[in-house]
Design a protein around this ligand. Sequence first.
Ligand SMILES: C[S@@+](CC[C@H](N)C(=O)[O-])C[C@H]1O[C@@H](n2cnc3c(N)ncnc32)[C@H](O)[C@@H]1O
Length: 234
Amino acid sequence: MFFDILTLFPSMFEGVFSDSIIHRAIKSWLVSITMHNIRDYSDDERHKTVDDYPYGGDAGMLMKPEPLSRAIRASQERLREHNPTVIYLSPRGELIRHEIVEELRQEKALILLCGRYKGIDERVSTAYVDRELSLGDFVLSGGEIAAMALIDAVTRLIPGALGNRDSAETDSFFNGLLSHPQYTRPEEFEGMRVPDVLLSGHHANIAAWQRQMAEDITRKRRPDLWERFITDKK
Ligand SMILES: C[S@@+](CC[C@H](N)C(=O)[O-])C[C@H]1O[C@@H](n2cnc3c(N)ncnc32)[C@H](O)[C@@H]1O
């Protein structure tokens, strides 16, 4: 799977992709990540300007349309045979949920546009963006952290990216529920014991307990998720 990242801060991604699961996925050719500095597409040779004042007199600066459109077109051309989807990370986008990550995992190539300043000229979104996605109902300083989160979440679901040990199937959201509680050694920690059932070796009882806990936790912590789970089951 190909990820092209359009950003003003390529170096922000260095540490994130040089460790752990994404690093392994890159090394085993499951994913390929290419960074593009939007500044390289500025037509201002000297200052590499990519922002300008917004019409209407709002405070702050906006990303100019021309460098963005050039950067997107270059990336689309590069990935043409993989039919890339252009995603703009934006607080106005659809909230990223497990189902969206599952959908994106089926794609061959994603172009991730990271905004800065007060965001991007609306016409870029209208003409070039297939999907706007949000990391949550809060405002980040830029789309980079949202892009990192999305790449991490999608990569985890690519077959072969996780070893059996880390299988995604036991993670929250995979079956529509939050994860059940987990324990490791020692059996007792600061006066708290591991639940007896987990020490029993009785697999059916353990599975039933885990399921019950997952349902209880989901109902209590995420009534919205629980509603959806119940509706989907019907
Ligand atoms: C300071 S924000 C601009 C916010 C914009 N003026 C608004 O109120 O919708 C700068 C950039 O950060 C990114 N960003 C901010 N919050 C985000 C979120 N919740 N999810 C994804 N990207 C976000 C976007 O790419 C955005 O263009």
